[in-house]
Design a protein around this ligand. Structure first.
Ligand code: DX5
Ligand code: ZN
Length: 224
């Protein structure tokens, strides 16, 4: 199972060190949470393309970067994130009018397309899009901040996605990946893997004041 750190709980004056510690611990995927001060319920701002550009320069080409766009205008701004160096843009189904068009534009530009949906959004809104998605991200908290509690009721959504993706693959279609984001820690990582999740975003469970990234990651791997 792939572990992708979310850097929201990091000390932003020490981001380079956080990247280095993550890579040294064995991380090869980093999740970048973009909030525009408008779209998330708590109206907060995180960081943008300029910071991503510095991160890409720092980590080099070996680390896979995704950006989780919690913004109102992903269809107008995705190219800024692509040009900053992300490999995958993940946009919210609730915030995009023409998702098929957005995914085609991302693919034409040479990067991957992902769809994310909120805890309140039914999985039926995602299933019709699967054939052209490289990844689906299931939100297991209401987006807006790190450190919230995991919502176990997303199990049925993950299982429905897993069933649909296995059918798609059997028909020669895309191997769309399933990612989960919010409240993942050592105590629930094996459970979400068993539901069919392949990539887990982990923020506060990896980057916190109690122990190092390496120690936290070792605990997570031991639980798997
Ligand atoms: C929530 C973000 C998440 C979050 C994960 O809006 O999308 O990526 O920071 O943090 P934890 O693992 O602390 O829930
Ligand atoms: Zn996220």
């Amino acid at each position: 199972m792939e572990i992708a750190p979310s850097i929201l709980t990091a000390d932003f004056t020490r981001l380079g060190q956080v990247m280095d510690d993550s890579v040294t611990a064995g991380i090869s995927w980093i999740h970048l949470d973009i909030m525009d001060g408008n779209w998330v319920v708590n109206k907060t701002i995180t960081f943008g393309p300029a910071v991503i550009k510095s991160i890409r320069k720092h980590v080099g080409s070996e680390v896979f970067l995704d950006c989780h766009l919690m913004v109102t205008n992903a269809e107008d701004t995705w190219k800024q994130y692509a040009d900053a160096g992300v490999d995958l843009v993940i946009a919210h189904v609730e915030a995009v009018e023409d998702f098929k068009g957005l995914a085609a534009a991302l693919h034409d530009y040479g990067i991957q397309a992902g769809m994310v949906f909120n805890p309140a959004t039914p999985v039926e809104e995602v299933l019709p899009h699967l054939s052209y998605l490289d990844l689906v991200l299931v939100m297991s908290v209401v987006p807006g901040k790190g450190g919230q509690s995991f919502m176990p009721e997303v199990e049925s959504k993950v299982r429905a996605l897993r069933t649909a993706i296995e059918a798609q693959k059997a028909g020669g279609g895309r191997a769309t990946k399933i990612m989960i984001d919010g409240g993942i820690k050592a105590h629930n990582i094996a459970q979400v893997r068993d539901w069919g999740v392949e990539v887990a975003v982990i923020g506060s469970g990896l980057i916190n004041d109690n122990s190092s990234i390496a120690e936290n990651l070792a605990e997570i791997h031991a639980a798997l």
